[in-house]
Write a protein that binds this ligand. Structure first.
Ligand code: FAD
Length: 575
């Protein structure tokens, strides 16, 4: 193959991902006078962040004056079953209110209390009413505000461009190679610091609330560059996704419905949460409600289409349309159900990935020099289960911190951005291989859908050693087949080719999840092993770490969690 040409651009900081985390990081770095490039797979303004509905969690105490950072910290740790990075949780709880007020200063509009303060709604396992929101369109407002701000900083945006590999000079990350989706042309991004902000990997499952972008590119780009990943077994099943008709299965039904008073019932009309969490009922943590919904259906008390019922009719049409306009339209248009008159049918859907790249709490630095990470792609803050609303504030708090961390790193380190051309040549060859493979090779879509079926069955809401092992064997078999996929046509906007590249990331992240889930032999938050009863005290003291071993294979080890300092551990004493 002749040496493919490429374009070259250079920035002080390259941000990969234009969701809330990437944009917030870019703003911070650009405001410090650095040249910033932002790359995203879709158009600016897409990403999962814009889909966020229910709200941003921050202990502002606007509605419940007793709220405090301490309570938010405790709720986050308890719901994460104490394997969270407590330092991240502390920073997070303390800084989230400032980040929301800052958003307001930049033009973000929120729903208001009667006396004009930012309104806060209740959400699962938050002690107080804590979620700042704009109806059920909070993510849209967040992205709109950050986008306006970032475009005024001079940061440059490279849309519809996919990064396929990080480039290194020795130990340091010094840029990335990507291609423009429309033309297929390669671009070498040179940058002394890279911030990974690519979001999660819900798309490795068949039933998910995530969009096509959530294929786990960033977490694997980081892994392949040598970064450590933590607690990859922790994948969140949101209790309520749509069930019917089949084409919409998995689309999110916001927790805001339960926050506004929605009640879950089975086919017998029983309010069954009384049996699973009589105290918090529908507003128990997501792992608990998801398992309850799953169990009701398993035990034959499901709805017509294999879900359970979520009823909000008692709120009345006016309030429903004001507080839950997206849900009202979504059900009317997609399912022909008027939620002001009938209950919704819902079932758990894969929603969020708690695991991710291991970062330093203060700076977002990964274990590889020059590489930073923030947002859903990073691990640690949420432990074994994320609280609703805690992601949007995570993006703002740690996006900002990664922006500062990367800026300081760049200012302190002067060095060359050259990479050995072999890295680039090899990557181009890998990326173009699907065109070169012999005719009759497999379709990438077949591998993608087989993988989604495997993960749905084997890395599910309930797990056993046997099933995880079987899943792992199947994923490894697919991994063998994947390099042989064959693509027809040209490099000009070719979805088959994009999929062929996605499956590389999807397969690798799936293998890691299954391996990690095999190792954590207990029931903790989202990791629910049916062959091990309850929490294991010893496993509560460790994170599972995945890294690429010297033989190129996945290596899973444990890493001890440092004990909490006194000023934090004392907060739990009264409980
Ligand atoms: P994302 O917003 O997912 O952005 C990722 C970016 O990375 C995109 O720009 C993408 O194009 C880019 N990218 C990915 N791979 C590549 C690549 N290879 N090359 C270049 N670019 C790449 N959380 C809450 O706190 N409250 C809520 O109410 C809430 N509601 C939600 C509703 C839905 C339907 C969903 C799906 C999620 C919701 N969440 C909510 C979760 C929250 O929205 C996400 O966790 C969060 O938005 C992730 O933000 P991010 O910036 O990390 O990544």
């Amino acid at each position: 193959m002749s040496m493919e040409r490429h374009d070259t651009v250079e920035h002080d900081i390259l941000v990969i991902g234009a969701g809330g985390a990437g944009l917030r990081a870019a703003i911070e770095a650009a405001e410090r006078g650095l040249s910033v490039g932002i790359v995203c797979k879709s158009l600016l303004g897409k990403a999962h962040t814009i889909m966020a509905e229910g709200g941003i969690a921050a202990a502002m105490g606007n509605v419940d004056p007793d709220d405090s950072w301490e309570t938010h910290f405790k709720d986050t740790m308890k719901s994460g079953k104490f394997i969270n990075n407590w330092r991240m949780a502390e920073i997070f709880a303390k800084e989230a209110p400032d980040r929301v007020y800052e958003l307001e200063e930049w033009g973000g509009l929120f729903d208001r209390t009667p006396d004009g303060r930012i309104m806060q709604r209740p959400f699962g396992a938050h002690t107080y009413r804590r979620l700042c929101h704009v109806g059920d369109r909070t993510g849209l407002e967040l992205i709109r505000t950050l986008q306006d701000k970032v475009l005024h900083t001079g940061a440059e945006v490279y849309m519809e461009t996919t990064i396929t590999r990080l480039l290194k000079d020795g130990e340091r990350v010094v840029g990335a190679l990507g291609y423009v989706r429309e033309t297929g042309r390669f671009v070498h991004f040179k940058a002394p610091a890279v911030i990974m902000a690519t979001g999660g990997w819900g798309r490795i499952y068949k039933v998910t609330s995530n969009s096509w972008e959530g294929t786990g590119d960033g977490v694997i780009l980081a892994y392949e560059a040598g970064a450590e990943l933590v607690d990859m077994e922790m994948v969140q099943f949101h209790p309520t996704g749509m069930v019917w008709p089949p084409g919409v299965r998995g689309i999110l039904v916001t927790e805001g419905v339960r926050g506004e008073g929605g009640i879950l019932k089975n086919s017998r009309g029983e309010r069954y949460m009384e049996r699973y969490d009589p105290e918090k009922m529908e507003l128990s943590s997501r792992d608990v409600v998801a398992r309850a919904n799953y169990t009701e259906v398993e035990q034959g008390r499901g709805s017509e289409h294999g879900g359970v019922y979520l009823d909000i009719t008692h709120l009345g049409p006016e309030k429903i349309k004001k507080k839950l306009p997206t849900m009202y339209e979504q059900f009317l248009k997609l399912a022909d159900v008027d939620i002001t008159r009938e209950p919704m049918e819902v079932y758990p859907t894969i929603h969020y990935t708690m695991g991710g790249v291991r970062v330093e709490a203060e700076t977002g630095a990964t274990t590889v020099p020059g590489l930073f990470a923030a947002g859903e792609v990073a691990g640690g803050l949420h432990g074994a289960n994320r609280l609703g609303g805690n992601s949007l504030s995570d993006l703002l708090v740690f996006g900002r911190r990664a922006g500062i961390g990367a800026s300081e790193y760049v200012k302190a380190n002067g060095y060359s951005l050259e990479v050995d051309e072999d890295q680039i040549r090899q990557e181009k060859e890998r990326v173009l291989r699907p065109f070169e493979n012999p005719e009759g090779g497999e379709s990438p879509y077949a591998i993608q859908s087989e993988l989604q079926e495997i993960m749905q069955e084997h890395a599910s809401i309930m797990r056993t050693e046997e099933s995880l092992r079987e899943g792992l064997e199947k994923v490894r078999a697919l991994k063998e087949r994947a390099p042989g996929v064959r693509i027809e046509g040209s490099r000009m906007y070719n979805p088959g080719w994009h999929t062929a590249l996605d499956i590389h990331f999807m397969l690798q992240v799936s293998e890691i999840i299954l391996m990690s889930a095999l190792e954590r032999r207990e029931q903790r938050g989202a990791q629910w092993r049916l062959d091990h009863e309850g929490l294991d005290e010893e496993l509560g003291k460790v994170n599972f770490v995945a890294r690429k071993g010297s033989d190129g294979e996945v290596e899973i080890t444990t890493r001890e969690i440092e004990p909490m300092p006194e000023h934090l551990s004392r907060l739990f004493e009264e409980d």
